[in-house]
Each structure stands twice: as C-alpha cells, then as structure tokens.
Design a protein around this ligand. Structure first.
Ligand code: FAD
Length: 347
C-alpha cells in the first residue's frame, strides 16, 4: 500500500516588517486573535522605541495642553499592556507621578486657571509653593502635580515579546530589502521562502527608503536622551519636568531628555546636543552628575502629529502603520485595534 502525502506550502496572513512599538503591538493583537503572522526586524537599524521615554502624559508642551484624545487612547493602552503583563508574567507598566516646575510667574498663573477648568481638573489638581519638598531641584516659581500619567518600560516590553515570539518561531532577524519583494502568484508576497497574503510595514523612519511608501508624509525629529547617575539627588520614582524631563528610575539613576531637532535624521550623538542637555539639566539641579549613556533616536512624525494607517493605492495587500510621532506608547494599541477593525475584518 502506498500513501501519498501532499505537503501544502504554508501561507501566512501577515508579514510584519519592523518590531518597534507599532509592529510588536500589532503582532501581539494578531497573535491573541489566532491570526498567522511573522515579525521581522533588523536590530542593526535604529529603533526610536528603544530610546523613548515611554511616558503617557495627559498634559504636555510649553502651554500645558491636554494630549489629543488622551482618554480614549489611554483606555485602550492600559488594559492592553496589563494583559501582556498577565500573559507573560512580567511587570512593564507603572503609574507615573508627574511634577511640573514653573519656569516663570506666568506659568504658575496658567496652571491656576487650568485647575479651575473641568477639562483639566482630573489631571491638574495640586499646586505646590516654591521650594516645597524641592529635594535638590531648583524651584523658584512653584510647581503643579499631574495625575493619570503612566510609564511603560518599552525596552522590556519589546524584549519580552521578541523572546516570546522567537520561541514560537514567529520572529525573524533580518534586514528586509523591500526592493526584492516579488509577487509570483496572485494574492501572495514572497520573501526569502516566506509566503504572505499581506505585508505591513511598521518601519518607523526607515519607511522613507521603502519604494512602496516613499511618499508617505513622515518627517524625522531627532531626540537625544542621557542616562545619568546623580548620587546626591533622591527623588521618588516619577517624572520631574522643567523645560525638559528628568525620570527617576531607581535611587541615583535617572534619564534626562529629550532634545527635539526637526528635519534631522542622522544617528550620530553630537557633543553640541549633549552640552545643550547638560545646560538644561543645570537649570533643574546644580548637583554633580555622571553621564552613563547618551542615546539618540528619530521620531517618525506627521505634520498634525496624527498617526497613519494606510493601504497601498495599487497593491492592496501592502499596508503601512507609521507617524506615531512623540506618542507611540499611548497610540500603538489603538492603532493595532484600528488596523484589525478597518482592514483585517474586511478581508
Ligand atoms: C528621544 C525620544 C523620546 C521619546 N519619548 C517618548 C515618550 O516618552 N512616550 C512616547 O509615547 N513616545 C516617545 N517617543 C516616540 C516613540 O519612540 C515613537 O513614537 C515610536 O517609537 C515609533 O515606533 P515605530 O514602531 O513606528 O518605529 P521604531 O521604534 O523606529 O521601529 C521601527 C523598527 O523597524 C525596523 N525596520 C525598519 N526597516 C526595516 C527593514 N527594512 N527590515 C527589518 N526591520 C526594519 C527597525 O529596526 C525598527 O526596529 C520618543 C522618541 C524619541 C526619539
């Protein structure tokens, strides 16, 4: 008796290129739904997500404005990251106490006005007089406490999911040359032995080299962050903001940033930027410090800072998720949900 075994070549639903916040978050959502995918990333390329502060902050910018759509995005993000903590038995998300120091008397008046406004009231509700519990921070005009902030340990989030996907054979390390994508059969994209119905490019700033999405309106905004040891500064865990942010991670260990250079996409760390950051740090504290690390990353930004989910106008099975700007941590879970809602459910 003879058996004929037909080996059917396995075709996956999605090939995701890029394992920063956008790609990794989408991969987990697909995985939860039992949808087939492979996630590819080139660790040699720069990843903005690995430099990010990881903050979800309701009140930002010079004028203390409310982050756009904060409530809706946060209500998607928090249960999403908590579900990963639960599934992988890790701790990646923490509430983030935020204290914002005023730069001048006008800043303080602005905060007083905003506290009275019901839109701001859940977030801004306690003023501190100048010098109150200053803990080594120069505090000439007082400060305000900001509620409802969160911090995601982004490197741990991405690293844990990468390890998980690797074990399940869902993650590949490779720098994809998008030029060599070939469509040999209708409905299937081929890449080095992988056969996918759809390809989603989650490449951050590297999308600008992708021939399929070369005209996507993404602009680079470079940002540098310093990791510091400040032995005499004992700030409780939290975010301290005075023109720039100082993130207290563990006793004496801080991250300080971030610079904001529009239109710049080179990845070198410059002495000039480092010196600018040091000047800003010295406005905040005069205590001695040691620089342990200087990192740089490129925020993939859109003009109105709204992220982009796009289907290629000709090749309908190619997509891009990009433009997470300065809010990748907050917006990635909603973007992944929207992608599935608008595109996957209609396939
Ligand atoms: C200094 C700084 C501070 C920030 N602080 C915050 C913050 O506090 N809160 C916040 O929410 N956001 C913050 N951001 C913004 C946040 O980092 C971005 O919104 C987010 O990281 C963008 O994620 P992404 O996945 O789109 O891109 P990326 O994180 O850049 O990931 C893209 C990935 O694609 C891979 N890739 C690209 N091309 C290829 C290819 N051809 N083959 C294989 N792999 C490829 C890259 O290797 C990379 O891993 C900050 C950014 C910077 C620079």
């Amino acid at each position: 008796m003879c058996f004929i075994v037909i080996i059917k070549r396995k075709q996956i639903d999605y090939l995701i290129i890029g394992a920063g916040l956008a790609g990794t978050t989408l991969a987990w959502k697909l995985h939860e739904m039992g949808i087939g995918f492979k996630l590819i990333d080139a660790p040699k390329l720069s990843t903005a997500s690995l430099v990010a502060g990881g903050f979800m902050n309701p009140i930002t910018g010079k004028w203390m404005t409310k982050s756009k759509a904060f409530e809706g995005l946060l209500s998607e993000a928090i249960p999403f990251y908590k579900s990963i903590e639960h599934a992988l038995k890790i701790s990646i998300l923490k509430p983030l106490p935020i204290r914002r120091y005023f730069l001048n008397p006008e800043d303080s008046l602005r905060a007083i006005r905003k506290i009275k406004n019901p839109r701001f009231n859940p977030y801004l509700n306690q003023l501190l007089a100048k010098g109150e519990d200053s803990n080594g921070i120069t505090d000439d005009f007082g400060s305000v406490l900001i509620n409802e902030g969160y911090w995601l340990d982004v490197p741990k989030y991405l690293g844990s999911l990468r390890t998980y996907f690797m074990r399940k054979d869902l993650y590949i390390e490779d720098e994809v040359n998008c030029e060599i994508f070939a469509k040999k059969e209708i409905g299937t994209w081929h890449y080095k032995g992988l056969h996918a119905k759809n390809v989603i490019f989650c490449q951050g700033i590297h999308i600008l080299n992708n021939p399929f999405f070369i005209n996507l309106p993404i602009s680079p905004i470079k940002g540098d962050v310093l990791t510091l040891k400040i032995p005499d500064l004992e700030l409780p865990n939290g975010l301290y903001y005075k023109k720039r942010w100082l993130h207290s991670i563990e006793p004496s260990l801080y991250r300080f940033g971030a610079s904001y250079e529009t239109g710049i996409s080179d990845l070198g760390t410059k002495l000039e930027t480092r010196n600018d950051l040091i000047k800003s740090l010295q406005i905040m504290t005069r205590l001695p410090f040691e620089i342990l690390r200087h990192q740089t990353g490129i925020r993939p930004t859109t003009v109105n800072t709204k992220p982009i989910i796009i289907q290629h106008p000709i090749y309908k099975s190619l997509y891009a998720i990009n433009g997470l700007s300065s809010k990748g941590t907050l917006s990635a879970p909603s973007l992944a949900k929207d992608f599935i809602h608008y595109f996957h459910n209609k396939l």
